[in-house]
Write a protein that binds this ligand. Structure first.
Ligand code: HEM
Length: 435
């Protein structure tokens, strides 16, 4: 293939119009561009110009397995996430510093460690589901978020007194709410006065930080409790290669990262799972029958199919530190390259009838390799991927076994941005029927 030095083709619309189209219907916008321009195309958004999307598994593999010194994910993430997560976050760092943090964080989220949280997740989900209103319309997403926030806070901090736990829930909630605008719209970051979005965001962040630092100090003071298996305890014991412990600031940044990356995403994915299930009665019935027979393979396929059709995070970015040849284009240093998760997950050649919610496809071997990438890939693959899927399986099982839900309307809910995720536009509205 001849190599070209200009950027791949893309729409000529003004950046604001491109962002609007993405906001209004991300699937239609990105799939339309893929159809029109092929596997590599360029998009411009205000504050984020020159984004090159790749929508082919081979090209995605090239990006995910490329030299991490050339493909910087941390630098790409920093432009959106650094004000919230801090400079030591595993999501913000690159190269050696990134691997240093990632190695410390891997053990608490390894498959074995994650399974220790099973009973806790089941109990939290059961309690929450039993409190849902009966025979009236309600949005499910705030409820799945209560479950995932509870789960992540307990796994991070361990069991704690109820009052302090409620305070942590409130502070994280407020922090997430205040982050939305300033993370997505960098133009809002200057401080315009005490009521400006940035000032409110900073107050929420400082309040949460205070609690986290108190918690770290308390835990350091009572160090050596071998029974604790929460993430903070494991990180307090973790050692860098030079033998030194993690500093308080490092701990703060990683705890906020894990809490932030771990609860909104999983809550949204669970809401989408229900949004799809109640609109596809055949699948819901089959899932119910399989669970009654204690067969979990189909449940796993439902989770995977949900993350395929509604991937929660629709693209991930890498910033080039040096020129790179991708899809026949010589892209200059500084270009952002984005595996277009949502476009790949809707490719007809990889997933026949891609808009259908059909978990069976995962039992038939579809979605292998770089065709299914809801958790990104390479040395940056989501650290919580096992945790999230395990939690989703447990919570979904509880929902299907305990609640008889139906859709509020047959129309699918639109995909709308919520912090870094795409969530059901109406919060996955359902009606719980009396058994
Ligand atoms: C359904 C739920 C989730 C989805 C869809 C999701 C998706 C992602 C994606 C797409 C990335 C970026 C990967 C890349 O750049 O290649 C990521 C990174 C990350 N996720 Fe998740 N995630 C989920 C749940 C979680 C949970 C539960 C945790 C923690 C318990 C977590 C912690 C992280 C961390 C720490 C990173 C940064 C990894 C690195 O840069 O090395 N995520 N996640």
């Amino acid at each position: 293939m001849t190599q070209r030095t200009d950027l791949p083709p893309g729409p000529w619309l003004p950046a604001a119009a491109q962002a609007f189209r993405l906001w209004r219907d991300p699937i239609r916008f990105l799939l339309g561009l893929h159809r029109r321009y092929g596997d590599v195309f360029t998009v411009n958004y205000p504050s984020f110009p020159r984004l090159v999307y790749v929508a082919d598994p081979e090209l995605v593999k090239q990006v995910f397995t490329g030299d991490p010194r050339r493909f910087h994910a941390g630098e790409a993430n920093a432009s959106v996430l650094e004000p919230a997560l801090g400079p030591n976050s595993v999501l913000i760092l690159d190269e050696r510093e990134h691997m240093r943090q990632r190695k410390l964080l891997l053990p608490p989220f390894h498959g074995e460690s994650v399974r220790a949280y099973g009973d806790q997740i089941r109990e939290i989900a059961g309690r929450e589901i039993d409190s849902w209103p009966v025979d009236r319309l309600f949005a499910l997403r705030p409820h799945t978020q209560r479950i995932t926030l509870d789960v992540i806070l307990r796994s991070v901090f361990g069991v704690r007194d109820a009052e302090r736990f409620a305070l942590a829930q409130r502070l994280v909630d407020e922090f997430a709410r205040r982050s939305h605008a300033v993370l997505l719209f960098p133009a809002l970051r200057p401080r315009f006065g005490p009521l400006s979005p940035m000032a409110r965001f900073e107050r929420a962040r400082d309040a949460l930080d205070e609690l986290i630092y108190e918690e770290i100090a308390e835990r350091r003071a009572q160090s050596g409790d071998a029974d604790r298996n929460d993430v903070l305890s494991l990180l307090l014991e973790a050692r860098h290669e030079d033998g030194g412990p993690m500093s308080d600031v490092e701990l703060r940044d990683e705890l906020v990262t894990v809490i932030g990356a771990g609860h909104e995403t999983t809550a949204t994915a669970l809401a989408w799972a229900v949004e799809r299930l109640v609109r596809t009665p055949r699948v819901l019935e089959r899932l119910r029958a399989k669970l009654a027979a204690d067969e979990e393979e189909y449940l796993d396929a439902v989770v995977r199919e949900t993350l395929r059709v509604r991937p929660v995070i629709t693209d991930v970015a890498r910033k080039l530190t040096a020129p790179a040849e991708i899809g026949g284009y010589e892209l200059p240093a500084g270009t952002f390259v984005l595996p277009a998760i949502i476009a790949i997950h809707h490719r007809e050649d990889l997933y026949p009838e891609p808009f259908e919610f059909r978990p069976e496809r995962f039992l038939e071997g579809q979605g292998e390799g770089y065709a299914w990438i809801p958790f990104g890939g390479g040395v940056r693959r989501c650290l919580g991927a096992s945790f999230a899927q395990y939690e989703m399986r447990i919570v979904l099982r509880e929902i299907v076994e305990r609640a008889s839900l139906r859709a509020a309307s047959p129309r699918p809910e639109a995909l709308r941005p919520r912090n870094i995720t795409l969530a059901p536009g109406r919060g996955a509205r359902v009606i719980l029927e009396r058994p």
